[in-house]
Write a protein that binds this ligand. Sequence first.
Ligand SMILES: Cc1ncc(COP(=O)(O)O)c(C=O)c1O
Length: 457
Amino acid sequence: MRDLSSIPATKPDLDAYEVDHLFHSWAYQPKQSPARVVSAKGVRFMTEDGRERLDFSSCFVSHNIGHQDPRVVKAIKDQADTLTSFAPPFSNRPRALLAKLLEEVTPGDLSRAFLTVGGTEANEAAIKICHQFTGRRKIVSRYRSYHGGTATSMSASVGDPRSWAQVPGGAEIIRVPQPYPYRCMFGTTNPTDCAMRCVAYTDQVIEMEGGREKVAGIILEPIAGANGVIVPPPEYLPALRAVCDKHDILMIVDEVMTGFGRTGKWFAVDHWGVVPDILTMAKGMTCGYVPLGAAVVRKHIGDYFKDHFFSHGATYAGHALACATANAVIPIYQQDRLVENAATMGAYLVERAQTLAETHPSVGEVRGLGLFVGIELVRNRKTKEPLIPLDAKIRPGANPKTELAKRLFELGMICMAANPSNSIALAPPLIITKDEIDEGIAMLDEALQVTDAYAER
Ligand SMILES: Cc1ncc(COP(=O)(O)O)c(C=O)c1O
């Protein structure tokens, strides 16, 4: 191997290494290197060409507190000076403290955490816990979900075209619809009706799949993120909780995207007063400064493993540097009143985004909760024909949404446009101000001309 200092590192060299020697996630491998980011601060980031841009994606909805907060950077440096990591059979101070902090911040009696390196592994752990606790195999999951990239979490990501390449993983997945009033699978446009039909369908499916004999649990995103920011009607989650109780199955709520203030509450389930049996988290837990995730279970599930073998683990379960990062990040939500800001600025963002629907024929619907807003793109507003076919993500070549993202980047902004759905998502850091929202909306207003060109007027 050559010494690193003797490996050429000019811009063309680095571009070539990106293209020739890396796998890029969920993509046909690129022929050109993506833009290289050199620094970031607050709600903005800078690329190699010296241009600053607005981040309306929070980097896949992770950088909730904004980029490069000096308090967190200092905590990382301090912990790195002391102990970066040690084998999980030993305790370390940040890990023990984080375990207690998670108990404080999560709803109800959620109180024992398995710590992972990200959201995928948190869901993988949650499903394994669900199997071990109930002794049952079947997991219910809903169409238009994303729960992660490993075999089981991907198998549970039903209806997401990225799962079509997946050989079934470690669970027998049972598929049910989720309430999506704009395109309800039961043909109704009434949100409550759509929600209650989905609940009734799920109830019957669980019964026919063997209920408390065979079904271990259900996994769901409280607001489906990558598949279109689908906000459920308020009746849905409490009614689904009752169905889980009726059949004595576990409710796993995946708050990897929606957790830590994103929707204007600490966790999205707090909007509806629902306590899941297992809550998974990642992203906003450390805001991506160092990777970390967790599956947190209710007390009776945690207690079960006091005298039953917990058959799961990882070398980095409770990584000291990652735990110290979470311990620096989580108090910032409270100190800087970021959850409250997400609620206030979120209402403003939805209101401003709604104005785009008035003038752009390619905008079918704007929906959201807190600073998590989806803009659904259509070819025809009357027929609701989607602008982007479901399989566009896994087909080669550009589509109107990638063209829109390109135009936004030229103008000086990014949002969540790479997901497989027919929507783009706006999810800026929770520190965003009204002026910055106006700045982003102005750029979107201009860029949407790209998708309007494909729409029927
Ligand atoms: C709801 C949800 N669950 C799980 C994951 C997977 O998390 P990670 O990418 O950290 O593995 C994601 C990622 O976007 C997600 O949005």
